[in-house]
Design a protein around this ligand. Structure first.
Ligand code: ZN
Ligand code: ZN
Length: 258
């Protein structure tokens, strides 16, 4: 099983030894592969993600600038990011996008960092991992304007409506479901999880946050992605093993992960 989106950041998981222990627990739980996202814990999290991927052959990574950290965007930071992106362990750019829920960076700054990264991804033919919170369709408009769907678009931790999911899928995009789907009060996400075409569906932990039931309240880690997969399979009336084959294949196809 693959966790398609986690943050195996040593600053979050008690250093390199902590990360190694998290990876070992995942493998013991049947999660053989993990995709760690080098974005979201400051600009420096990109280099840290690449270091983790280099140390673990079953871990691949992305690098990017999260909308929360968009204020850190500068020509020098961007050049560093693109240099990291040329490493063979880096299979995507992101997560990137717009977050109008927290608004941790000014919106025009978020838009600029987002567009610059999309253009770089297109030039390098890398797929992109999208973070979208309450942008009211603006994220999707920018993706269309920048031609991002030609190299691959994955909405991670998808919290939108079924109608918007259908738009994303019709453009060729992928949608990833997090542990929130195991919460009782997640009717909209459960409806999405049941409706995503099976060949466009991924599952993720987004660890260290959003821990699925029955571990809700604890720090999240890739070993818990089977709980999310099992819940999604139930919602779809599918056998969990069949769904796992499909979501693993989707993850590998999307990231062109050999
Ligand atoms: Zn995110
Ligand atoms: Zn994330």
């Amino acid at each position: 099983m693959i966790d398609s989106h986690c943050h195996l950041d040593p600053t979050v998981f008690d250093g390199d030894d902590g990360v190694d222990a998290v990876v070992a627990r995942a493998v013991a739980a049947g999660v053989s592969h993990m995709f760690t996202v080098g974005s979201g814990y400051g600009f420096e999290s990109a280099a840290r993600a690449l270091a983790v991927a280099r140390r673990h052959p079953n871990v691949r990574c992305s690098v990017g600038l999260h909308p929360h950290d968009a204020a850190e965007f500068s020509p020098a930071a961007f050049a560093t990011l693109l240099q990291l992106a040329s490493a063979p362990e880096v299979l995507a750019l992101g997560e990137m996008g717009l977050d109008y829920h927290y608004d941790r960076s000014p919106r025009d700054v978020q838009r600029n960092a987002f567009r610059q990264q999309l253009r770089a991804a297109r030039e390098r033919r890398l797929p992109v991992i999208i973070h979208d919170r309450e942008s009211e369709g603006e994220t999707l408009s920018i993706l269309r304007e920048e031609g991002a769907f030609t190299t691959g678009v994955l909405y991670h931790c998808y919290t939108g409506t079924v109608a918007q999911m259908e738009e994303i899928v019709s453009e060729g995009g992928y949608v990833s479901i997090p542990g929130i789907v195991t919460f009782k009060n997640s009717a909209e996400m459960q409806a999405v999880a049941a409706a995503v075409p099976v060949e466009r569906l991924l599952v993720e932990t987004d660890s260290p946050f959003l821990t699925p039931v029955p571990h809700r309240g604890k720090r999240n880690e890739p070993a818990y992605v089977p709980f999310t997969l099992k819940r999604v399979a139930e919602l779809r009336g599918m056998d969990a093993a069949d769904l796992e084959c499909q979501t693993d294949a989707n993850t590998r196809r999307f990231f062109r992960w050999e």
